[in-house]
Design a protein around this ligand. Structure first.
Ligand SMILES: Cc1cc2nc3c(=O)[nH]c(=O)nc-3n(C[C@H](O)[C@H](O)[C@H](O)COP(=O)(O)OP(=O)(O)OC[C@H]3O[C@@H](n4cnc5c(N)ncnc54)[C@H](O)[C@@H]3O)c2cc1C
Length: 406
């Protein structure tokens, strides 16, 4: 293989206490949590808006923060962002975009279970982008858009600086406390000496887009056809490939396939006489599970209802009613780098569990925990977990299933 040897002399143009890489739901939650604890936070985002898959990927269903059996299990920033996502409503069709009544008024667990509606919402991605940004700006978080993390500089087992590339070229940001990898793809883990694992099944094609089918000015409808539909209706499938999501050629191919699938769907609908005016397609690849941290603990779907001493919050299972999982702090960090935490899609979980913890509310839970921890230390080996738990509880997080309202 040919190599180009580059001579690099990278200027240090920024410094911060906490560096958050990736501005998806996990990164935003981490930035909020770290900034609220008085630290200087820099968030780098390779695109030009916050929210990641939830907004740029048009995945606009904020899945439940309850267990489906009448108990709320995710609190703190997970609930705060759910409410924020609908602060300005939608446009019309407001019915679908509000918190179910049973969760707004005082009810027992049994009443909520009997009602059956889960604590979730659908949001307008464009409005959510602006709300998320406003919150970070008000907290004094420095946001660097169009900035991609491309390397780390490690010293004595710590990341001392993260190298970014942007319109300004190549620059270094020094980090006094911790780095939070919220890139979804564990890029910072990959760029440092942390250990990573790749999702063994790969991702099937997804192609969610928005269109209006009524008069101009009418509300938009989201149309998505995903792997499930593609599997269920093979005649629709343009590809049966699976994508790892971490190779530029393959990701580009997937994006092209996704665009072709949308075009095919639009034309097929029009042929049937439907009015389809596309208004928005995703601006980032709709990938679910790609690369993750191999951390101190790998959370498994069999850890359901299991208490963990180092729990930093809880999540439910969006696919099933009943399961509750405590998230051990050890899923957010590895052994190799003393000041690197993961949040969101790339925490340390088994393949089966990955499909549970990757969703929006869960990313907020792990983001909040990672951001709070990042603000507290420059060496995670020395972090007092009980102090981290105290600060999370003070911020409204419930750590253990045994602490939930009976
Ligand atoms: C088709 C599909 C449907 C889904 N449906 C739902 C659903 O209905 N409800 C639900 O709750 N969840 C759903 N999900 C899952 C959920 O949307 C995401 O997993 C979740 O939003 C991920 O959040 P995150 O912050 O971990 O990562 P991401 O949203 O992926 O955010 C990562 C951010 O980091 C940035 N980034 C990446 N690399 C770098 C780098 N090197 N430097 C700087 N920035 C970088 C990216 O641009 C991105 O903004 C779905 C996912 C897909 C793909």
């Amino acid at each position: 293989m040919k190599n180009i040897v580059e001579k690099l002399n990278t200027p240090v143009n920024y410094e911060c206490d906490v560096l958050v890489a990736g501005g998806g739901i996990a990164g935003v939650s981490a930035a909020i949590a770290a900034a609220r604890r008085g630290t200087r936070v820099t968030l780098i985002e390779r695109s030009f808006q916050l929210g990641g898959l939830a907004t740029s990927g048009l995945v606009t269903i904020y899945l439940p923060i309850c267990d489906g059996m009448g108990r709320q299990v995710s609190f703190g920033i997970a609930e705060e962002l759910l409410r924020l996502s609908i602060e300005h409503g939608w446009e019309s069709d407001i019915e679908k975009h509000v918190i179910p009544e049973i969760w707004l008024t005082d009810h027992t667990r049994e009443e909520r279970a009997a009602d059956g509606k889960r604590f979730d919402v659908q949001f307008n991605p464009h409005l959510f982008v602006m709300s998320l940004e406003r919150v970070l700006v008000e907290l004094g978080v420095r946001i660097l858009y169009g900035a991609t993390a491309v390397a780390t500089s490690e010293k004595d087992g710590r990341i001392e600086a993260v190298i970014i590339e942007s319109k300004s070229g190549r620059e270094a940001i020094t980090v006094d406390r911790c780095v939070v990898d919220a890139t979804g793809d564990a890029d910072l883990c990959q760029l440092s000496s942390a250990k990573t694992a790749i999702y063994s099944n790969g991702n099937t094609l997804a192609a969610w887009y928005y269109f209006t089918n009524e008069a101009p000015g009418a509300h938009l409808k989201m149309h998505g056809f995903t792997d499930v539909d593609l599997r269920g209706t093979p005649e629709k499938a343009l590809t049966k490939k699976n994508y790892t999501g971490i190779d530029v050629t393959e990701v580009s191919e997937m994006v092209c396939e996704s665009h072709a699938a949308i075009e095919k769907d639009i034309l097929a609908r029009r042929e049937k006489g439907e009015i389809v005016i596309p208004s928005c397609i995703a601006s980032i690849p709709q990938l679910r599970m790609t690369r993750r941290l191999k951390g101190l603990y790998e959370l498994s779907d069999e850890d359901m209802h299991k208490p963990f001493e180092d729990s930093v919050g809880m999540v439910s299972n969006w696919r099933k009613r009943g399961p509750v999982y405590e998230i051990p702090f050890r899923t957010l960090r590895g052994a190799e780098v003393k000041n690197l935490l993961c949040a969101g899609r790339c925490i340390s979980v088994t393949d089966a569990m990955w499909d549970i913890t990757r969703v929006i509310p869960d990313c907020a839970v792990t983001g909040e925990a990672a951001g709070a921890a990042a603000a507290m230390t420059d060496d995670l080996d020395k972090l007092d977990i009980s102090k981290l738990q105290e600060t999370l509880v003070a911020a409204g997080v419930v750590l253990h299933e045994s602490d939930l309202k009976k």
